[in-house]
Each structure stands twice: as C-alpha cells, then as structure tokens.
Ligand binder design. Structure first.
Ligand SMILES: Cc1cc2nc3c(=O)[nH]c(=O)nc-3n(C[C@H](O)[C@H](O)[C@H](O)COP(=O)(O)OP(=O)(O)OC[C@H]3O[C@@H](n4cnc5c(N)ncnc54)[C@H](O)[C@@H]3O)c2cc1C
Ligand SMILES: NC(=O)c1ccc[n+]([C@@H]2O[C@H](COP(=O)([O-])OP(=O)(O)OC[C@H]3O[C@@H](n4cnc5c(N)ncnc54)[C@H](O)[C@@H]3O)[C@@H](O)[C@H]2O)c1
Length: 478
C-alpha cells in the first residue's frame, strides 16, 4: 500500500501502458542499467490488447474463413457459431486480465504503477490511485503514451451509444444495429456484428467509405458490405437521436430501449447505435499546464528534451504498428542520450501502412494517387484486377478488387500502393520495403516472386507500367 507522501525515482517514466508505452519503456532501458516505470490506470496492454486490434481481429478472422469456404469448391461451407466466436474473442483478450502483460513487464524489469498519471512539474508525474498518491520523478525522460478517445458529439451523449469497447466487447447482440461512420471501425464492426446476427445499417455522412484510401478501395468495400446484406446509406447526415430509457447497463450490453435516428435519408429505428466517427489524442487532464504546455504542443512535437509523446497520444496515425515504431525510435533516442550518443535514424519518416480487415481486405501504404498529385509529383499509376495473377486467382473462386501502384515518373520511385482483396495485408509489405529502401520500379522488376503465389501480382502491376520505366531514368543534363 502506497503512503500519501511516497516518492520514487526511475530513469524513464511512461504514462499509459498500451503498445506504444510498453515499447517506449522497453526500448529505452533494454540492455542498459536504467530503470523504467509504466503508469497504467486500467489494463496493461491498452486499447489494442483488450478493446481494439486483438478482439476485433479475433472476431473477424473466423468470419473471413467461413466466407472463404463458401467460395472454395472442395471444402464444405463453414458457418459462424456466435457463442464460440465470442469465446474466441474472450480468449484473445485474456478474459480482460492483464496478468500476462504484467509478467512481461516484470521480466523486462519495468515497474508497473497502477493509477492515474499526471504531469506535476518538470520530470515529475503524480500517480493517483485508491491506495493514495505517489510522486514519481524521472532522471532522464517522461513519455506520454495515453492513447486516444472516441469522439462523442453532444447530440449523441444522452442516448448512451456504443463505442468501440462495446462493439469489440459485445455481450448482447442487438437485433437491429445502426452504425454511424464510414471509416475503419465502421467497415470492420459491420462485418462481425452482422455475422453475430445483427441486422446492420451503416449511416455514412460522406459519399464514400474509407475516405482516406483510394476511391476504388472504398467502392469494393461498399459492394462487399451490401453483398452480405448490410444496408449502407451514403451521404446521410444524422440530425437527431432519441432513445427510450437509455441505461448504462455495462460494456457490450444493449444500453436501453429503442433508438430513433433522424437522418437526411429518412428515419431509422434500431436497438443499438455504434458511434465510430474518429478518435482524438487523450491529452486532457494529464497535467500539461504544469509544465507550460498545451495539447497542440504535444501534437506538433514542440516538447522539451525530457518529454516525448508516442502512439495515438502523439496525434500521428492512430495505428498500433505506427505507435510501436515511434516508441522504438523514442526509446532508442533516450537510451542513446543516456550513453552520451545519438541514435541512428533515417533522414525521413517511414511510410505508414494500414490494413483494413474488411470484405474485401484493403491494404495501403504511402500516398494515394490524389495525394501524390497534390504533392506535385508527375504521377504514373498501374492498376490491375487483384485476380489477375495465377497465385491470387487460386485463393478463391471470386477474387474481388483491384490493386494499384503510384509511381513518380521522374525518379521511378514508388510513392504509394493499394491492394484490395485476399492477402492484401501481406502483399502491401513489399511496397513498404520498396518505399523505405528507395527501390525504383525498374529494379523492383527484378525481384522475382514465386509462381504461383499471390506475390506474383507485383509482376502484373510492374508490367502494366509504361515501358520507359523499365530502365533507369536518364541522368539530369549538366
Ligand atoms: C476497434 C478498433 C480496432 C483497431 N484495430 C487496429 C488494427 O487492427 N491494427 C492497428 O494497427 N490499429 C488498430 N486500432 C488502433 C489501435 O488500437 C491504436 O492505434 C493503439 O491501441 C494505440 O496504442 P497506444 O499505446 O498509443 O494507446 P492505447 O492502446 O490506447 O493505450 C493507452 C493506455 O494509456 C492508459 N492511460 C490513458 N491515460 C492515462 C493516465 N492519465 N494515466 C494512466 N494511464 C493512462 C489507458 O488506460 C491505456 O491503457 C484499432 C482501434 C480500434 C478502436
Ligand atoms: N485495421 C485497423 O488498422 C484499424 C481498425 C479500426 C480502427 N483503426 C484506427 O482507429 C481510428 C478510428 O477509427 P474510426 O473508424 O472511428 O475513424 P475514421 O477516422 O477511420 O472514420 C471516421 C468516419 O466518421 C465520419 N465522421 C466524422 N465525423 C462525423 C460526424 N460528426 N457525423 C458522422 N460521421 C462523421 C468520417 O467521415 C469517417 O467516415 C482510425 O483512424 C484507425 O486508424 C484501425
């Protein structure tokens, strides 16, 4: 039990024990004699382990496999068993018990301090818990890794809508579920909730799904969702929400009586509403003003040398792998500085890949065609049906989607890539490597993929590029 006045000192103190915070602590002290502590107020492992990536993918994978068997002659068609599907989810979230992660932290010699962490001055963090306050000072660095929180506009608040915790932690499957939003959470949750038995309506304010990806990817997902019986209303604005007897019944349970949504596309009556309209860094109430900083300072990286921000809290792309990458970079910087060295880093930021585990799967990295043009590149693209390689066509009977490369005509360098269809998430990594390593497309043509693997789609994409991109660009005159 901590006493009111207890003070402890570590080399590195991390506020927030999600994947980004855990990696920052680990990479800062690993192989050194420095000490680290992670302050966590809920479960060590964060959103990703219990309420986001892990449960959502545990729910989606069996659905994808069942879909595949329905499109693959030679095997019997499998069906989703809702109770077993939820049990699989429970296993993957360790029944909401973080003992395994605590064992990992102890093994890495990282202390876990339970409670609410707030900055309380330079290199100082106050940890408040039911067992009293603890003051922790950091000899070297403090890392903010507090994650992000879902947007809930005032219009929705009284209806107590579901957020992603409820959707990934679903216990009671509502008969009629309306999902507001057309982004990643909406496109993934629609699939597992439909598979569990909900009749799903997606209300999308924009004219397309997955607005930050190539338009052809959003169109393929729209066709996929509608094809499985999900009602997708594009360009529909919600103007009013009413609910009878809203009640805080608990995570994943239906939060009260019937809901009525008034939208520009008519009235929708449902048993539950999942709000998935984006997230924002969780930077309120972490004591930034005690060191003269604001949330904007954190998001724009204007921080004193002892303070760092990683993961969703940094305002960067809210993705686990990106947060973990930032954390490895920051951890290495802290370790190097403590040794009087400077950590090696590439001279530009790595490209950010993302996989949307929708139907069909969408994977992208780097710039879209529109982004590349906007950035002033002379752009060449090549787009082919994802079924157009023997290896992709063999994966199932009907391979939906197209895939595309975006290339800079002057340098022959890959600027971006999007894959839609089976194995998209695996196909995109070669693009990430090519962009990170500045491999021009005339060289990539000589990276031979095995026949007949899905990776041979790369050959199809590269062959579709103009012939002049098959040899090195002419050197600039002079
Ligand atoms: C439904 C869903 C599915 C997703 N699927 C994927 C996916 O497949 N792939 C992917 O890359 N990304 C996915 N994401 C995004 C991913 O979950 C986040 O990018 C990732 O969890 C961010 O990690 P983090 O460590 O920055 O923050 P978090 O995982 O949010 O962890 C932050 C931790 O800090 C703690 N904390 C916050 N404030 C304090 C405080 N003041 N004191 C003490 N502790 C505090 C919180 O309790 C939490 O444990 C998904 C997100 C959602 C919502
Ligand atoms: N597979 C993955 O990698 C994965 C899965 C789930 C979530 N995530 C991460 O979580 C983040 C949050 O996901 P998300 O789906 O909540 O956000 P998102 O940013 O992906 O999509 C938000 C959607 O809500 C719409 N919207 C915004 N404000 C609105 C409003 N007031 N009314 C109606 N619609 C509105 C947007 O137009 C968009 O369609 C994502 O940015 C993503 O990085 C990743």
């Amino acid at each position: 039990m901590e006493s009111q006045s207890q003070v402890r000192e570590y080399d590195v103190v991390v506020i927030g024990g999600g994947p980004a915070g855990e990696n920052a602590a680990q990479y800062a002290v690993e192989g050194t004699d420095m000490t680290a502590a992670i302050v966590e107020r809920e479960l060590l492992g964060g959103e990703c382990s219990y309420w986001a990536c892990m449960p959502s993918k545990a729910l989606l994978r069996p659905v994808a496999v069942a879909d595949l068997t329905a499109d693959l002659p030679g095997v019997s068609t499998a069906h989703v068993a809702p109770k077993a599907l939820l049990e699989r989810r429970d296993t993957w979230v360790s029944h909401y018990d973080d003992a395994g992660q605590v064992t990992w932290a102890e093994g890495a010699e990282i202390a876990v301090l339970r409670g609410d962490g707030r900055l309380a001055g330079e290199r100082t963090v106050r940890v408040a818990s039911s067992s009293g306050d603890l003051t922790v000072t950091a000899r070297r660095a403090v890392v903010i890794a507090t994650g992000s929180a879902a947007h809930v506009p005032a219009m929705y608040a009284d209806a107590l809508p579901w957020d992603s915790h409820d959707a990934t932690g679903v216990v009671e499957v509502p008969d009629r579920l309306v999902i507001v939003g057309g982004g990643v959470v909406a496109c993934e949750a629609a699939i597992w909730m439909h598979a569990l038995g909900s009749s799903v309506t997606l209300v999308v304010r924009d004219s397309r799904l997955l607005g930050r990806t190539e338009p052809f990817a959003g169109e393929a997902v729209l066709t996929g969702l509608r094809g499985r019986g999900i009602d997708v209303r594009l360009g529909a604005e919600v103007t009013d929400v009413r609910r009878e007897d809203a009640a805080a019944t608990g995570i994943g349970k239906v939060h009260g009586g019937t809901l009525t949504l008034t939208t520009s596309d008519g009235e929708i009556v449902a048993d539950e509403l999942l709000l998935s309209i984006g997230r924002a860094p969780r930077l309120d109430d972490i004591g930034l003003s005690s060191v003269g900083l604001t949330a904007d300072d954190v998001k724009s990286g204007r921080l004193p040398e002892w303070l760092h921000a990683v993961g969703d809290a940094s305002g960067g792309p809210p993705l686990t792998h990106w947060g973990k990458h930032q954390a490895r970079v920051v951890g290495a910087r802290i370790a190097a500085a403590a040794a009087g060295e400077v950590a090696w880093e590439p001279d530009r930021e790595a490209p950010v890949p993302q996989v949307v585990f929708s139907d069909p799967e969408v994977a992208s990295v780097g710039m879209t065609e529109a982004e590349a043009r906007e950035a002033g590149h002379d752009v060449v693209t090549s787009r082919v049906p994802t079924s157009s390689a023997a290896g992709t066509a063999l994966l199932r009977d009907h391979v939906a989607g197209e895939s595309q490369l975006v290339v800079d005509a002057a340098s022959h360098l890959l600027l971006g890539a999007t894959f839609v269809g089976p194995e998209a998430g695996e196909l995109v990594h070669a693009a990430t490597v090519a962009i990170t390593g500045d491999v021009p497309v005339h060289v990539l043509r000589h990276a031979v993929a095995s026949y007949p693997t899905a990776a041979e789609l790369w050959l199809r994409l590269l062959e579709e590029l103009p012939r002049e991109l098959r040899i090195p660009p002419a050197s600039p005159a002079g």
